[in-house]
Design a protein around this ligand. Structure first.
Ligand code: UD1
Length: 416
């Protein structure tokens, strides 16, 4: 298994380009299931999760052409509307095929994702929504089995804000008979990007980006081209890495407006941030100030940036209180950061981080995608060498991580 060796101490300086968003690409690739015509996507990041999803779509009979960051999917001959456990267990986002398959094929069998490192993460809201649209849903032998001759438009009120739940139901509703209204919808920019892709395919959607989305079903969707939005979490991660190392970087190909809450916190921590529409420059202070935060659905501070900010706070001046409200078990990075010398106390969903002068390199274990990113940031500032094990988590969500970090001056090497 690959490991990442980081020699701490280098300031990150320079410019790098941000890739397409993993969390936008995954639902958007699934949207191709809704049409019998080819759909072409550009700015698709080359990541393990994308490869897993493409393998899953291929197994269903989708024809795939891929050249660099351009992917064309042709779902005219869907043969197997099934997502097996072996695939879903490696990537929960596979659940995103459920809505499109139910709408297009009238049938789908998708493995229940089960738990994951960061919490239980049930899919009851996805199921409840499809049932309200007239689907018969049975959960048997660990699989969700959906049947529906044609889904019917309905008023759906989610019990909590769920990103993939909103995306699944929005996709299903595009081909339903009549109007669907999703209330308490997720407002994440990735939901808007998916809606824009669906609209390009002929869907009638309004309100994406607000908490009420209207979808008027159409009989079929057609082929289209769509450019995947920039990855706001990758952007935020590099900004944190630069902030932690006292760096000065410029990121291009970003969507600055999707990062307001993160930028506010970086400014609170003492950074100077200059945001242009498609680029961001960050200049770090000699010493960061602790910045407390609370994660919540967009537009509030993203849970996917919580671990990276914990790493920053480990070496900031003062004490930060970090409250995680989305996932119940998303502090696994804290124990690994403690191995680097961090002063962190966990009390339920709250972490209290007292900044210390410097972290010390050690061997640590990556436990999930964003936890791994926090360990990279910590390794970049720690004294001496940090060896991060199980970095396959990073490969799920960060395109060419070592290459981009090295270009910014980091001393980082993958060990095969
Ligand atoms: C998506 C993102 C993930 C991010 C998360 C929260 C993708 C591929 N992944 O995950 O990176 O961390 O949003 O911003 O876009 N819940 C239920 N029942 C459901 C659905 C969700 O109880 O049917 C709960 C979850 O357990 C969690 C909360 O709702 O506590 C939010 O989860 P959700 O927004 O659905 O996360 P994902 O869409 O899986």
């Amino acid at each position: 298994m690959d490991k990442l060796l980081i020699e701490g101490g280098a300031r990150l300086v320079g410019e790098t380009n941000i890739s397409g968003a993993k969390n936008a690409a995954l639902p958007i690739l699934c949207a191709a299931l809704l049409s019998a015509e080819p759909v072409t996507f550009t700015n698709v990041p080359q990541l393990k999760d994308v490869a897993t999803l493409l393998a899953l779509l291929g197994q269903m009979g989708v024809a795939i052409e891929r050249e660099g960051d351009t992917v064309t999917l042709d779902a005219s001959a869907l043969t197997e509307p099934v997502a097996p456990y072996e695939m879903v267990k490696t990537m929960r986002a596979s659940i995103l095929v459920l809505g499109p398959l139910a709408a297009r094929c009238g049938e789908a069998r998708v493995s229940l994702p089960g738990g994951c490192a960061i919490g239980a993460r049930p899919v009851d809201q996805h199921i409840k929504g499809l049932q309200a649209m007239g689907a018969e849903v049975a959960v048997e032998h660990g699989y969700v089995h959906v049947r529906a001759s044609r889904l019917k438009g309905a008023r759906l009120v989610a019990d909590m804000v769920t990103v993939t739940g909103t995306e699944n139901l929005m996709m299903a509703a595009t081909l339903a008979d009549g109007v669907t209204i999703i209330e308490n919808a997720a407002r994440e920019p990735e939901v808007v990007d998916l809606a824009n892709c669906l609209i390009a395919m002929g869907a009638k959607i309004s309100g994406a980006g607000s908490d009420i989305i209207h979808i008027e079903g159409v009989p079929r969707l057609h082929g289209a081209r769509h450019h995947v939005m920039p990855d706001r979490i990758e952007t935020g991660t590099y900004l944190c890495a630069a902030a932690a190392t006292g760096g000065d970087i410029r990121l291009t190909g970003v969507l600055a407006s999707s990062l307001d809450a993160v930028i506010d916190k970086l400014i609170e921590a003492g950074c100077t941030v200059h945001a242009e529409p498609d680029a961001i420059r960050l200049c770090a202070p000699p010493k960061l100030t602790a910045a407390s935060l609370r994660t919540a659905p967009y537009p509030a501070f993203p849970t996917d940036m919580q671990a990276q900010f914990m790493a920053l706070n480990c070496i900031a001046q003062g004490t930060a209180v970090i409250r995680e409200t989305i996932f119940e078990n998303r502090f696994m990075h804290a124990v690994e950061l403690q191995r680097l010398g961090a002063d962190i106390r966990i009390d339920g969903n709250t972490a209290i981080v007292c900044g210390i002068e410097r972290l010390q390199g050690a061997t640590v274990m990556a436990t999930d995608l964003r936890a791994s990113a926090s360990l990279v940031i910590a390794g970049l500032v720690a004294e001496g060498k940090t060896l991060i094990e199980r970095i396959y988590h990073l490969d799920r969500g960060y395109e060419r991580l070592e290459e981009k970090l090295a270009a910014l001056g980091a001393n980082v090497r993958r060990i095969k």
